[in-house]
Design a protein around this ligand. Sequence first.
Ligand SMILES: [Mg+2]
Length: 226
Amino acid sequence: MIEAVLWDVDDTLFDHSGAERIAALRYFAAQGLDTDETALRRWREITDEEYTRFTAGELTFAGQRRERVRRLLERELSDAEADAWFGRYLEVFEASWSAFPDVDGVFEVLAAPPYRHGILSNSTTAVQERKLTMLGLRHRFEFVVCSDDLGCSKPDPRAFLQACSALGLPPEHVAYVGDRLDLDALGAQAAGLTGIWLDRTGAGASVPEGIHRITGLAQLPGVLRG
Ligand SMILES: [Mg+2]
């Protein structure tokens, strides 16, 4: 029986892609940069690549931000210059933050026992604590554990098992919900948890054996009840 749910944050609870798109459109326009689809796609690709280097331990959190700015602007920038540029971008980005509209509803259903909730994210604890607080969601979770504290990142099974330890539950009593099939659902499954893939796009890629695919959080209570 599932007694607890561990959650991903970005693009699961928090509309990261939507906020990033709005922020890039606004900030790039103000900076005189291109704002067409090609420019937005390039920013996403740069972000994905540099963030992957951060989760692999090749860059610090600040370092991946600086590299994203340097690659986008295609010029040499000091750390201070890159930090200043990214800081102004962050202000616009944070003004665009919102949770997905189905988040409140699912916690209305799942807030009661037997379900307990925690956060396991590949970001940093300070960033996610602040984000969840600003979104009015922090009180839903017993804890926030992130890769900077754990010393490992999803899909490493150790990340999932450490989060289960924080719950004091064996992995077979815990489900993980996230938007990435590879990092989230398959990673969780490999560690012995129930892997639930939140496929918000409904792209409908084939679903591996044992993985539960949902296209919105309203479907989650039914999956947990089995
Ligand atoms: Mg995510």
